[in-house]
Ligand binder design. Structure first.
Ligand code: FES
Length: 136
């Protein structure tokens, strides 16, 4: 298994206290989200450890009103932005899946495992971003 790169956005586009969802696999739903917390970029798979549903209640709304916590709007679980650990709610102590990334010429580049298909074409591994059920 190797890795595939997905440029998400310019690092300057991530603002402190805000988060942004991305659809790197182009499946019509944001399967990952990125945020800036205390000057550090964090990227997580957009799936709550409680019931494996997406966290946001609408586009890019992953954080509490004060921007200090990640919130799952299904049942109100709260997560620390720096570690993804749940500190309140039904999945207390569990963690969001942090994803690897790197900074390249000002771009935040998501690094995801890929599997090489028999035909020689490259397909993104379903292990990298699980099938994410929709709430709508
Ligand atoms: S699905 Fe996230 S708190 Fe229940």
């Amino acid at each position: 298994m190797t890795r595939s790169d997905f440029p998400l956005c310019r690092v300057d586009d991530l603002k402190e206290g805000q988060a942004r969802g991305f659809d790197p696999l182009q499946r019509g739903k944001d399967s990952v989200f990125a945020l800036m917390h205390e000057g550090q970029v964090r990227i997580y798979r957009n799936s709550c450890p409680h019931l494996d549903v997406r966290l946001e209640y609408r586009k890019d709304r992953f954080l509490s009103a004060d921007g200090r916590l990640i919130v799952c709007y299904a049942h109100g679980a709260q997560f620390l932005p720096q570690t993804g650990e749940c500190v309140y709610g039904p999945c207390l102590g569990q963690k969001l899946d942090a994803l690897p990334w790197r900074l390249e010429e000002g771009w935040v580049v998501l690094q995801m495992p890929v599997a090489t298909a028999m035909s020689g074409s490259v397909e993104v591994s379903r292990l990298a971003i699980h099938r994410i059920p929709t709430r709508d």
